[in-house]
Design a protein around this ligand. Structure first.
Ligand code: BES
Ligand code: ZN
Length: 653
């Protein structure tokens, strides 16, 4: 028999942690929505979208219908952002008393619907809203035929709070709903669900039978074709890159799914497909259910970016089934996903490969915190966005890598994967189809090792793991302190040759005499894979890890470097490598590379490269940075262009 634990008196958490628990009960309130979402929790059993894509007007017109079990309020507040609202009905009756309030920064404009008549308590009640998107929409990017392979194209990107710019909704990860959807378009359409038969010309029908939050909706339309990449998987893209995309992902996807199923539980979504968008897609990948959206920079012609697919797939459990209840707890989505991604890769390529990936992540975390304008606020694992701060502004490597490191720390402290794995299954089944906060995660963790954990082959409870959690984890630092977390001990088997080589180059810099025995040759890096090149170039430029910021002071060494390695590294088609090679050359003040970097910025739209790319260029040649941005601004996603302007003070001066 289990006893109920009341939070304050008999908490399993250590008092220092328990004292931090908010008074409000979990899951805590999401302050990034203006909707009165609490009134639909447990009450919304389907959302229906009827959309029509108009490429000429660059506009989506549609009707959203919320199917509600009962009505316990006569007022609904919904999120909107730059939407036109035409009319509203409740159970087919026109509602006239509605208004759109003034904008509240990034949170958009609240739609207030009043005088909702009493509904039928047993049946479905339908709240329908006719709307159109506008030219200020932040959820969609429209591409003209000259920006693609010849046909217009549109794609959505809704995480974190852009769904409200596509349709009026309860735009919070706390609300989950099933979806039915039809989309009219002159070009093929993909959606975050399973395609259904449609009898109307140019109309595509879909359904999502697993309840999902609004940010996971994904829509794209363009000249899309598809090819198989696994028994339950296809890749969709424009015809000219179909073969390359198929080659890049074929086979790996199914291996990833099966590995994840072993680690967690069955894949519950049916199909797992990948959409490769045009180059302006601003993220590496986005985990819309059944249809991961991805950047074409994943096509590296050597399968070296498939880890991004492992990541988006891992979201099928972390994020998509078990969801953060607000963006304060974003690490529950991304930290868990990075942890699972690395477990999947580790299971396939061996544990040293997992540790190697964690080392690269550690560098990302350092770079990210160093580049922050407000690290005191944004480098904490658990965030506080209750002031209405834009979640896009809080976005960084912190939820990903600090989150991963916390879970890896727990795994290590508890005694390894054998001890941690039963908790993984328990956690994901406990919160499947729910949204939760950090406190529920902690309660679940402490409870598991307190009440569910036994000595091997015995009926006797093993409390030693629980004691470790209580006494040996510095929760305060991990969850609430700014800055880098304690560095774990990583296995450096695959990294040692990389570190050795950095060391040798460093010795060329520090020694002025010629007793140095290191003679560089292309053979030094010939056997490095793309990830090793990434770590090599990262470490070379990171003073904290034995590298340098000021390569420009050692032009002879740099010249040698470029003449010996330039061809091999410069020939890479992996964007992660290409970007880091530019960074090394900019740190070396190698003027020839500036124009090449400028050209490259016209071929990528992924913010991970575009933003730091402009920062680099701006550092060494501001007028070239300005000129480059002017030339390519219209090719970037609106969010990307805005952030580049903010980062580098480009465009508004
Ligand atoms: N869910 C994220 C993308 C995202 C996060 C979009 C927040 C908008 C707001 C996705 O799963 C992701 O993390 N993508 C990474 C890939 C990765 C870490 C392997 C990316 O885009 O770089
Ligand atoms: Zn992710």
């Amino acid at each position: 028999m289990s006893t109920l634990i009341t939070a304050k008196s008999t908490s399993l958490l250590p008092p220092s942690l328990e004292n931090k628990r908010p008074k409000e009960s979990s899951p805590t309130y999401d302050h990034s929505t203006l909707s009165n979402y609490k009134s639909v929790l447990g009450n919304l059993f389907n959302t229906d979208l009827q959309l029509s894509i108009n490429f000429d007007k660059k506009q989506i017109d549609g009707t959203v219908t919320f199917e509600l079990k009962s009505t316990n309020t006569n007022v609904y507040h919904l999120d909107t952002s730059y939407l036109d609202i035409h009319s509203i009905k409740y159970n087919n009756q026109q509602i006239n008393n509605w208004s759109i309030l003034d904008r509240v920064g990034a949170l958009g404009s609240r739609l207030v619907i009043k005088d909702i008549p009493e509904g039928n308590s047993a049946n479905s009640n339908k709240l329908s809203i006719d709307f159109s998107t506008t030219d200020k929409c932040t959820a969609l990017q429209w591409l003209d035929s000259n920006q693609t392979s010849g046909k217009p194209y549109v794609f959505s990107q809704l995480e974190a709070i852009h769904a409200r710019s596509l349709f009026p909704c309860f735009d919070t990860p706390s609300v989950k709903s099933k979806y039915t959807c039809t989309i009219k378009s002159p070009l093929p359409v993909v959606f975050s669900g399973i395609e259904k038969e449609s009898h109307e010309k140019d109309v595509y029908a879909f359904e999502q039978t697993v309840p999902i939050p609004s940010y996971l909706i994904g829509i794209a339309s363009g000249n899309l074709v598809s090819a198989d990449i696994g028994p339950r998987s296809k890749v969709y893209t424009e015809p000219f890159r179909l073969k390359d995309a198929q080659w890049e992902f074929d086979g790996d996807v199914e291996r990833f799914i099966e590995t994840a199923e072993q680690l967690i539980f069955k894949y519950e979504w049916g199909s797992y497909n990948v959409l490769i968008n045009p180059q302006s897609y601003p993220y590496g990948g986005m985990e819309s259910p059944n249809m991961t959206f991805a950047t074409p920079t994943l096509i590296a012609y050597d399968k070296s970016n498939v880890d991004v697919i492992a990541h988006e797939l891992a979201h099928s459990w972390a994020g998509n089934l078990v969801t953060n209840c607000s963006w304060d707890h974003f690490f529950l989505n991304e930290g868990w996903t990075v942890y699972l991604e690395r477990r999947i890769l580790g299971a396939i390529h061996g544990d040293p490969a997992r540790h190697f990936s964690a080392l690269i992540g550690w560098n990302d975390l350092e770079n990210s915190i160093n580049a922050m304008s407000n690290p005191e606020r944004f480098s904490k694992l658990v965030q506080d966005l209750s002031d209405g701060c834009d979640p896009d502004e809080a976005f960084s490597s912190v939820p990903y890598e600090k989150g991963f490191n916390l879970l890896f720390h727990l795994e290590t402290k508890l005694g390894g994967t054998e001890v941690f794995d039963p908790f993984i299954k328990h956690y994901f089944s406990t919160f499947s189809k729910k949204s939760l906060d950090t406190w529920q995660f902690l309660d679940c963790l402490f409870d598991f090792y307190h009440s569910n954990y036994y000595y091997k082959n015995s009926k006797e409870r093993d409390y030693t793991k629980y004691e470790i959690l209580r006494n040996e984890v510095d929760w305060e630092t991990w969850l609430f302190k700014a800055g880098m977390p304690p560095k774990p001990i990583f296995n450096t088997e695959l990294a040692d040759s990389v570190y050795d080589l950095v060391h040798k180059w460093k010795s060329l810099v520090s020694k002025t005499d010629n007793t140095n025995s290191f003679t560089p040759s292309p053979g030094d890096i010939k056997n490095f894979n793309s990830n090793q090149l990434v770590l090599f170039l990262d470490t070379l430029c990171n003073p904290k890890e034995g590298g340098l910021h000021n390569w420009y002071e050692y032009s002879e060494v740099v010249e040698k470097f470029l003449s010996v390695y330039g061809k091999l590294i410069g020939g890479s088609r992996n964007a992660e490598v290409i970007f880091r090679f530019f960074r090394f050359q900019v740190y070396s003040h190698n003027k020839e590379s500036y124009l090449k970097l400028s050209d490259w910025l016209g071929t990528v739209g992924r913010m991970k490269f575009v933003r730091p790319g402009y920062r680099l260029l701006n550092m060494v040649d501001r007028s070239l940075a300005l000129e480059t941005f002017k030339k390519y601004e219209y090719t970037y996603h609106p969010i990307c262009a805005t952030l580049v302007k903010q980062d580098s003070g480009i465009g508004n001066k």
